[in-house]
Design a protein around this ligand. Structure first.
Ligand SMILES: [Cu+2]
Length: 348
């Protein structure tokens, strides 16, 4: 009888186990890097440790309670002909135990929780690297007051140095989420929120706006590039040279007509009204992202497209077709004009 049941179920069990294995394989860090369960910085580690503590207590309670329940079900189950069991009402000892034990467990969870709240809300000291984060529909602006630099959508940070985020919004409420380094925190217009983290493992980490903010909320991603301190300094120095060139023509590769044409189009087509090509001293409140180093970014339009020449030209010609409702209008750019603009935007 038992064998027959096992025989009938085995294929179903195999299917179920295979499905479970597939689901669990999906939990690997490679496929889903946007996870809070693999902390790569101190702030994220505090939250993760707290989760571990809570889950351990919950598991202990689960196993004990379910164990007692199963034991009672089997040990005291009714059989035909059993006499009526002994009737009781109330038991002061048992009631004291099941009030005091949970209270102690809750206290054991509350102490590290309160500690974590204070630690994560602490204001970093002066030695931290301050980065101002500004949420825009639907991209992120990052300003580095210490270096007088502005960039967008890809935040470079040096490993090992605490980063202090001072955050706000240019329009509606967004939420800045740094899954592997820190947490999620809403950003508002006219109110500053703060967060800090120290990146401990080098890498390129994705993040995402986590508060519904309009039609393209789903395409408001950002990346955090945690670099060795010397690489970060090289990036800063490079960005500062991008800002230092007064007329972009000075950077034009000699005799590159396309580049010069692109530079003219950038003004003629009105791009310059919304975008700055200078990283240093960039004015606040620009409508579009700073484009000083757009050629070096891995993605375009807040994670929407891989940054290739082809995609950049497509974007310039038809932003509305690619990211519907985006605050960059289609400007009637021809294919040839788009090519020239790509040459200009790709300057090193
Ligand atoms: Cu948003």
């Amino acid at each position: 009888m038992l064998l027959r049941i096992v025989g009938r179920c085995s294929s179903r069990w195999t299917t179920a186990l295979c499905l479970l294995a597939l689901v669990l394989a999906g939990c690997g860090s490679e496929q889903y890097p946007q996870t809070t369960l693999l902390p790569r910085g101190d702030f994220a580690k505090i939250a993760d440790d707290l989760l571990d503590t809570t889950v351990r207590w919950a598991l202990l309670v689960f196993v004990l309670v379910e164990g007692v329940l199963l034991y009672a079900i089997f040990r005291f189950r009714g059989r035909p002909g059993d006499p009526e069991p002994h009737q009781t009402h109330g038991n002061t000892t048992v009631e004291i135990i099941w009030t005091v034990v949970p209270a102690l467990i809750l206290a054991a969870i509350a102490v590290p929780t309160v500690r974590a709240i204070f630690q994560t809300n602490a204001v970093p000291g002066k030695e931290a690297l301050t980065i101002e984060v500004v949420g825009h529909q639907w991209w992120w602006e990052f300003r580095y007051p210490e270096y007088n630099l502005t960039t967008a959508n890809e935040m470079h940070v040096p490993m090992g140095r605490m980063v202090s985020l001072r955050m706000g919004s240019n329009d509606v409420i967004h939420s800045f989420w740094v899954p592997q380094f820190a947490a999620k925190r809403d950003v508002f217009a006219n109110r500053e929120t703060r967060m800090w983290f120290t990146a401990q493992v080098e890498g390129d980490y994705p993040g995402q706006c986590a508060e519904f903010c309009g039609i393209q909320h789903g395409r408001m991603a950002h990346r955090i590039k945690a670099q060795k301190p010397e690489e970060f300094q090289a990036w800063v120095a490079h960005m500062q040279t991008l800002g230092a060139k007064p007329a972009a023509t000075a950077a034009a590769p000699a005799g590159n007509a396309k580049y010069t044409e692109g530079e003219k189009l950038f003004t003629a087509k009105g791009c310059i009204a919304c975008h700055s090509m200078v990283a240093v001293n960039s004015p606040k409140g620009m409508v579009g992202p700073n484009l000083a180093n757009v050629g070096a970014r891995s993605y375009l339009a807040a994670g929407t497209l891989k940054n290739t020449d082809e995609n950049l030209a497509r974007w310039i010609r038809d932003p509305q077709g690619i990211k519907k409702g985006v605050l960059m209008p289609n400007l009637g750019v021809t294919e040839a004009e788009a090519q020239a603009l790509v040459a200009y935007l790709r300057r090193k």
